[in-house]
Design a protein around this ligand. Structure first.
Ligand code: PEP
Ligand code: MG
Length: 756
């Protein structure tokens, strides 16, 4: 088939000259549309730009009436142009007027044109405008012409993104790129953050769009793809997963997609049409993003597109020789980190002093990055759909971790309102501080022990600030997760000693390593598991690899010389595991003694109840455990068979449901009967409403994030457990209580003036 009269490459060469001319933005735009029209032998070429009010305004035209420029407009979704912007897809029509969406704009004089080619002006998948050519004759535009027009649209997107067209906007209007957007995700960590976006994986900025030598650009692309494939293979082979937060299955998907012929072909086509290798990668990536932003897409395809998106980022980095990883160095003082997802260790790489909030597209309430964010007191919102595509580095943003709201590029009024909210919260924090030294005693005289969960040195100052009664759960694995290599015994002992020093006599419960599952150690080789949460983790791994557990026990015993030591075992399934661990600990004590070391003054060995099998061994448990701690995060996960890290199901079942509360009640009742102390240390302990429910079923010891102690204590001080008990007896016995439990509890709190 005969190609188009003048090639797209000629058009792009001319375009580069126009971009370099020292002329005004309007003149440049006018010249561009004129050039396109002449190159494509089209009678009309027009550029529409999307305003923040959802209107596409005609910014330049060759062929339509001049006076229509900055006067003619369509709403998104209206007419052909509005449809293209809405759906972010190209329309190539030999008979435009026959299309159901066609709408005639009298001010333009376009009634005489039949064929129509319109492409969206895309940036990171978002429509910023539409570029159109029209002809009187009925014709279908060649694929090369479509590609060329899409390429010019990329150049226009760049002009819009750098703000070059800002000055042309009619007074009182602004461009869509700066539009305020409100997203509602899931509030994961309480707190409000006002600041500026820092993309965790900063977008690589492509400045050289138009290539000079297609052959050379193709070679660059091929070399980069080969490099990308090698690096993915290499990571898989080394078993070096976790290095950059990836899991093995993600890398496997990368490997598959890195060999995807369609993807590679589309990039080569874009180069053949005149783009540089990096612009070609970006163009194909932008098309992928545009599809992602279409709502109706199914989750499997969405994941696939996300993988391509990640891979394109990696490829851009290889091409432009930019290292992979967080932006780090130039963090603003009010950074709000935005990411699809990240590992707990990656969050710790940021300077805590500068991070005001965290926004994730994924992330669940009990995922580990959330737990770390909570420990650090960082306001966090998860499940903020498509947020990464909707923001640019440096955009103003507000994050409300209590409601799950995220405001992108907020108005001045909204910023003012939130600044007021921040001040209000600061006043409330001040009130909590006043409660710090007050014991948590209910109105009817019941003392409730409120301890905090910790795992890092950064947590220690919170012990004093929050007025916690002690550390109810010290997650020792966090030290291992953030280290580049296995911490030595001396390093472990130093941390445990520092924790005991900071606690200054208050009890500290050290949990032995809970690794495996989603807590991977980058430097430890483990086999690939189909179901890691139910796999070789925690105490199972500890007993099978006694070297690791023994070293940790030894470090704990040394750090606690002549002090009280509380050790807790995670993921216990059968009592034999407790006995075996006890034997191991006793051997270590004997070893200490033999070598003349000082022993702990007192040793308590506790068991976490987080595997449902223990619910049926509670009698025996009381005999082998000095204390019990309920890990409600895992217990709920296993009781309801819902993966706590899977955003599709993590919040599906409410812990405030009859079945779960009944199970929790059985545990506390059995422990009380046997005289074994019992605590609950899962995330639900930190929510005042859930904590109230736990007190209602008999718990008198809870362990939570430091930030939750103030609000939970305020709740306890206002509570009458006698009245709550009456309500509970009724609720837990009612056959259909599940649906109404949460609201019944909230109603009780409201009527009784209990702040939850
Ligand atoms: C739990 O499972 O509830 C718990 C406290 O442990 P983690 O969240 O560390 O698994
Ligand atoms: Mg657990």
């Amino acid at each position: 088939m005969r190609g188009p009269p003048a090639g797209p490459r000629v058009l792009l060469r001319r375009l580069r000259e126009i971009m370099a001319e020292p002329i005004s933005a309007q003149d440049r735009l006018d010249k561009i549309v004129r050039q396109i029209a002449s190159n494509m032998v089209a009678e009309v070429c027009s550029a529409y730009v999307l305003r923040s009010d959802g209107v596409l305004e005609l910014y330049a035209t060759e062929g339509l009436k001049r006076e229509a420029v900055h006067n003619a407009s369509l709403r998104v979704g209206q007419g052909l142009v509005g449809t293209i912007a809405e759906e972010a897809r190209t329309l190539n029509l030999p008979n435009a007027q026959a299309h159901p969406a066609f709408q005639y704009l009298p001010e333009t004089g376009e009634e005489i044109y039949n064929s129509f080619l319109g492409v969206p002006i895309l940036r990171a998948g978002r429509s910023l405008g539409v570029l159109v050519v029209q002809n009187k004759a009925h014709r279908t535009y060649y694929d090369e012409e479509v590609e060329a027009l899409q390429t010019v649209a990329m150049v226009l997107a760049e002009m819009i993104a750098v703000g070059e067209l800002e000055g042309l906007a009619r007074p009182g209007t602004s461009l869509d790129l700066k539009r305020s957007i409100r997203l509602t995700g899931l509030g994961l960590c309480d707190g409000v953050g006002l600041g500026h976006v820092v993309l965790h994986e900063p977008r690589v900025v492509v400045t050289a769009l138009i290539g000079e030598d297609a052959g050379q650009e193709s070679e660059r692309l091929d070399a980069a793809i080969a490099g990308l494939r090698l690096s993915v293979d290499d990571m898989l082979q080394r078993g070096d997963i976790g290095d950059e937060g990836e899991h093995r299955d993600v890398l496997e998907a990368y490997r598959m997609f890195a060999h995807d012929r369609g993807w590679v072909r589309r990039m080569h086509e874009a180069i053949a049409n005149g783009l540089t290798a990096e612009a070609a990668v970006e163009k194909v990536q932008s098309d992928t993003r545009a599809r992602l932003l279409q709502r109706q897409i199914d989750p499997v395809l969405r994941d696939r597109l996300h993988d391509f998106d990640d891979l394109a980022n990696r490829l851009l980095r290889v091409l432009l020789n930019k290292p992979h990883g967080p932006s780090g160095a130039d963090l603003p003082r009010d950074a709000i980190i935005v990411a699809r997802n990240m590992g707990a260790a990656e969050l710790l790489d940021y300077d805590r002093e500068r991070v005001r909030a965290l926004v994730l597209e994924e992330g669940g309430p009990t995922s580990h990055v959330t737990i770390v964010a909570r420990a650090l007191g960082i306001a966090t919102v998860g499940r903020a759909e498509d947020v990464v595509a909707l923001v640019e580095n440096g955009d103003a943003i507000i994050v409300d971790g209590s409601t799950g709201e995220v405001h992108l590029r907020p108005s001045a009024e909204l910023e003012g309102a939130y600044a007021e909210k921040v001040r209000f919260r600061a006043r409330r924090q001040e009130q909590y501080r006043l409660l710090r030294d007050k014991p948590a005693v209910t109105r009817d005289g019941e003392r409730v022990t409120l301890s905090m969960n910790a795992g890092l040195v950064v947590d220690l100052p919170h012990l004093h600030e929050s007025g916690a009664d002690g550390i109810g759960l010290f997650r020792t694995e966090l030290q291992f997760m953030i280290a580049a290599k296995m911490p030595k015994i001396g390093e472990q002992a130093a941390l445990y000693g520092a924790v005991l020093d900071a606690a200054d006599g208050r009890p500290v419960t050290f949990r032995t390593l809970d690794i495996g599952g989603d807590k991977v150690l980058p430097y430890m080789r483990t086999a690939q598991e189909e179901n890691p949460a139910m796999g070789w983790r925690a105490i199972r791994l500890g007993l099978d690899r006694p070297g690791l557990l023994r070293t940790q026990i030894r470090a704990l015993l040394q750090a606690a010389a002549e002090r009280e030591l509380r050790i807790m075992l995670p993921m216990v399934t059968e009592l034999a595991e407790v006995r075996k661990t006890r034997e191991l600990i006793e051997r270590e004590i004997a070893h200490l003694r033999r070598h003349g070391h000082k022993e702990p003054a007192k040793l308590h060995i506790g068991v976490m109840v987080e595997v449902p099998s223990l619910l049926f061994q509670l009698d025996g448990l009381a005999a082998v455990a000095d204390f019990i701690s309920v890990g409600s995060n895992d217990l709920l996960q296993f009781m309801t068979a819902t993966d706590r890290g899977n955003t599709l199901v993590a919040t599906r079942f409410d812990p405030l449901s009859r079945h779960f509360l009944r199970a929790l009640k059985t545990i506390v009742a059995s422990a009380n009967a046997a005289g074994v102390p019992v605590t609950l240390c899962g995330e639900m302990a930190g929510s005042p409403l859930s904590a109230m429910a736990l007190i209602g079923i008999g718990y008198r010891s809870l362990s939570m994030s430091a930030a939750a102690i103030g609000p939970v204590k305020a709740m306890v001080l206002a509570l009458d457990t006698g009245k709550l008990g009456v309500l509970f007896d009724r609720l837990l016995d009612a056959p259909n209580a599940d649906d109404g439990l949460r609201s019944a509890l909230a109603g009780f709190a409201e009527a009784e003036g209990v702040p939850v």
